[in-house]
Design a protein around this ligand. Sequence first.
Ligand SMILES: Cc1cc2nc3c(=O)[nH]c(=O)nc-3n(C[C@H](O)[C@H](O)[C@H](O)COP(=O)(O)OP(=O)(O)OC[C@H]3O[C@@H](n4cnc5c(N)ncnc54)[C@H](O)[C@@H]3O)c2cc1C
Length: 521
Amino acid sequence: VKPDELVPPADGGPLTTDVVIVGAGAAGLYLAARLPEGLDVVVVDKGGADPDPGSSSWAQAGLAAAVGPGDDPDLHVVDTLAAGDGLCDPIAVETLAREAPGHVHLLFQRGARFDHDGQRFALAREGGQQVARSVRRADATGAELIRVLRELAAPRVSRLGGIARRLARDETGRVTGLWVAIGDGLVGVRARAVVLATGGCGALYAATTNTSHATGDGLALAADAGAALRDIEFVQFHPTALAVGDSRRFLLTEGLRGAGATLHDADGRRFLADVHPDAELAPRHVVANAILDLPEGTAWLDATGLSAERLAAEFPTALAGAAAHGFALGDERVPVSPAAHYHMGGVRTDLDGRTSVHGLYACGEVASTGVHGANRLAGNSLSEALVFGARTATALAADLPERLGELGDAPPVGEVEADVPTIAAAMREAMLGDAGPVREGEGLVHLDDLLARWIGELGHPGPDVASVQLAHALRASQLLVRAATLRTESRGGHRRADFPARSAMWDGVHLELVAGAVTLS
Ligand SMILES: Cc1cc2nc3c(=O)[nH]c(=O)nc-3n(C[C@H](O)[C@H](O)[C@H](O)COP(=O)(O)OP(=O)(O)OC[C@H]3O[C@@H](n4cnc5c(N)ncnc54)[C@H](O)[C@@H]3O)c2cc1C
């Protein structure tokens, strides 16, 4: 967002606005751009000096929309339902598939430089797609999308740099605004509607393709306000993250495999052909599980069959990212392993972004619209951000109450004595070990105890970003672990060592958490 930067009022009083959006990724920005003219809109973003804090700018392969030859929305529905492994909401999927092409065409008209030969889009084919369906700009699609969305949203919004600390509610339970930690204090923002567009939770794990900001804040904020969370045990681990580096792993896009790159075990064998008829283009969880079953949990990606010209033209991001770690993608096989990538579950919404709490909306990765079920089809998250971001804008504008509500008391601010970076690092390791791609009951129970202990040690966070973010991360982890403990089966992106099979008993059953209570729906 072009910073029409807001300065908190000097008297310590609250800011007021019509709509406050938490998060400046694809979902938040598209929603902002789609709100009716005349509304006052504030975007809160914790990214600070980081120009690309969310996942959106880093998205590589593309956004799924049935705009190519041989494709149609019905086929997109079929592929999405197959990936979702029995837990998608078919109406949400249909909505995504039918509406995504319109948003792609609109953004193209408004200046998005997607690859196009003058007649039609040049599409990428990714895992689980029966035909090429991902609209892209080489392998840096997210950066282009965010460039356009920032341009479209900039005239409409003011930016408030800070981390959303807690949602405010009135005596009827309606969300009336929020408290934002900025500098060394809390600033209240009164609003007629609040939108969570806070992205995912990959950074709860010690190996992730996400930035360090993806700490599941929206889950913690929503749960604290009494909103229902759904399917949050389902985390997608991308099979081909570069198996070197620190917590944040460089992603080698599925588009490479779509273009013909292959996966090999340490003996050079193409092991996926034995696992699934689509081999390298099998759904992500199939590929990830097959890699985890290899002795080292690491496979070797071979893109040497792609010409140097093709790699340079279509995969410049992959070439540069591999080179930054000392690998020549065109000349050698590179080691890859699964890393936390995407959160299927989230804050439950209807088809128009409404959560179960009045005045609170959610869209993008933080939301559970019902599109992804137990596993997300490649390309569907950016499309979901656009389709449901736009729908949320329309619904929210129609729902706006006449008057602003009261914020009530500010949340307590603690004097943090705990070692925040050490707890954060220990949490990420523990989450990867016990709530990662392979889980089992005993480990989850132990992890739940650890998380409760760290939450106690931290106490009330201070006003600083690091301690507020850790508080959100610990709470989000705790909720995720509780849901993961309860789902006693292996399905979609979720694998239980103690319940290795998919269970018919769980077919179509969703786990919901509301104010600490669990319901099945
Ligand atoms: C490397 C990579 C490649 C990917 N490739 C693809 C792809 O090719 N196709 C596809 O469909 N999907 C892809 N994805 C997934 C996709 O990018 C994300 O799901 C999507 O961009 C999420 O958009 P969003 O707007 O919901 O959240 P984000 O873009 O993550 O934005 C979240 C925003 O919320 C802010 N925020 C969070 N918490 C707070 C808080 N408490 N207070 C204030 N601000 C807060 C953050 O600073 C950020 O601005 C990829 C993801 C990664 C990491």
